[in-house]
Design a protein around this ligand. Structure first.
Ligand code: ADP
Ligand code: ZN
Length: 288
């Protein structure tokens, strides 16, 4: 069995996984913004009693995740999490970005897949992704790889918005749940979540335009990814990306692109434990 841990900004989940079957799950609040120094021991404690049954530990983690270290964008220093966890668990540890883990889950679990290249995009609090190219998950030593939310997109009809990373018109600044909520809140003059925008304010003309821009930006991103990787399959997930509104609108808009950019847009199949299962499958393929 494999111990898998999904380290997010608000929640941390851990599971004991056999193949693709989740045997046990535990969930706690995240501490990455409060107590990074104790993260490793927090994770080891969360998995108490499991190490004896497992042969490896797989970690899907938000932020810049290299093979050895992680860097949560809000923290200045990177953390040698792999080494800390190997000492704590007494087991080999494999780390990868959470969206990369979900990409691997989609790639591995999709029985209808005919290509060996696939791009996964998640639109949720932020915009992230993972690329499987010719059967290999694309990664970088410092973890800054496939962070597709920070690819900038331009069209004459898109507004110019500064991203928190310091560049302009990153997809994350135009299409993320946070971006939609922020822009809608200033249009409506009250604080609203992205979910509320989708449920209650779609008939407002300025909000409707906002959603056109958000989905146009994802379409531009998909065209860029297609040009870079040659992928013919794009899986669009995340709380915002999985909505019918995003799926249907983006599918329609993709058809208007020049034919060379056309891809098959799919909803995810790997479910609520995508990151956990993807990390376990990936660690299993690396450790053997
Ligand atoms: P995460 O997926 O990042 O763990 P949540 O799913 O709680 O966190 O929410 C992330 C973002 O997705 C928020 O901006 C939230 O408003 C938005 N969101 C969640 N569910 C929906 C939905 N059904 N429709 C539109 N936006 C949603
Ligand atoms: Zn950015």
């Amino acid at each position: 069995m494999i111990i898998t841990i999904d380290v997010g900004g608000t929640k941390i989940s851990a599971a004991l996984i056999k193949g693709t079957k989740v045997i046990k799950v535990r969930k706690v609040d995240s501490i990455i913004h409060q107590d990074l120094a104790n993260l490793a021991s927090y994770l080891v404690n969360l998995c108490e009693g499991w190490a004896e049954q497992a042969f490896t530990v797989a970690v899907a983690c938000t932020g810049l995740v290299g093979a050895e270290r992680v860097n949560f964008l809000s923290a200045n220093d990177s953390l040698p999490l792999k080494q800390q966890l190997e000492i704590g668990f007494g087991l080999p540890v494999v780390m990868l970005n959470d969206a990369a883990a979900a990409a691997w889950a989609e790639y591995t679990l999709r029985l209808d897949r005919t290509d060996n290249t696939l791009a996964y995009i998640t639109v949720s609090t932020g915009v992230g992704g993972g690329i499987v190219q010719n059967g290999k998950l694309v990664m970088a030593d410092d973890g800054f790889c496939a962070h597709i939310g920070h690819m900038s997109v331009s069209r004459p009809d898109l507004p110019v918005i500064e991203c928190h990373c310091g560049r302009f018109n990153c997809v994350e600044a135009l299409s993320s749940g946070t971006a939609i909520a922020n822009q809608a809140s200033s249009i409506l003059n009250k604080g609203v979540s992205c979910k509320t925008v989708f449920n209650e304010h779609l008939s407002h003309p300025e909000i409707a335009l906002l959603l056109e821009q958000a989905t146009d930006s994802i379409v531009e991103l998909i065209a860029n990814i297609r040009a870079l990787t040659g992928t013919r399959v794009v899986v669009l997930g995340g709380s915002v990306g999985s909505t019918n509104l995003f799926q249907e609108r983006i599918k329609t808009k993709l058809k208007a692109l020049p034919k060379i950019y056309h891809v098959e847009l799919l909803a995810p199949v790997s479910g609520e434990h995508a990151d956990l299962i993807g990390a376990a499958l990936y660690a299993g393929s690396v450790i053997g």
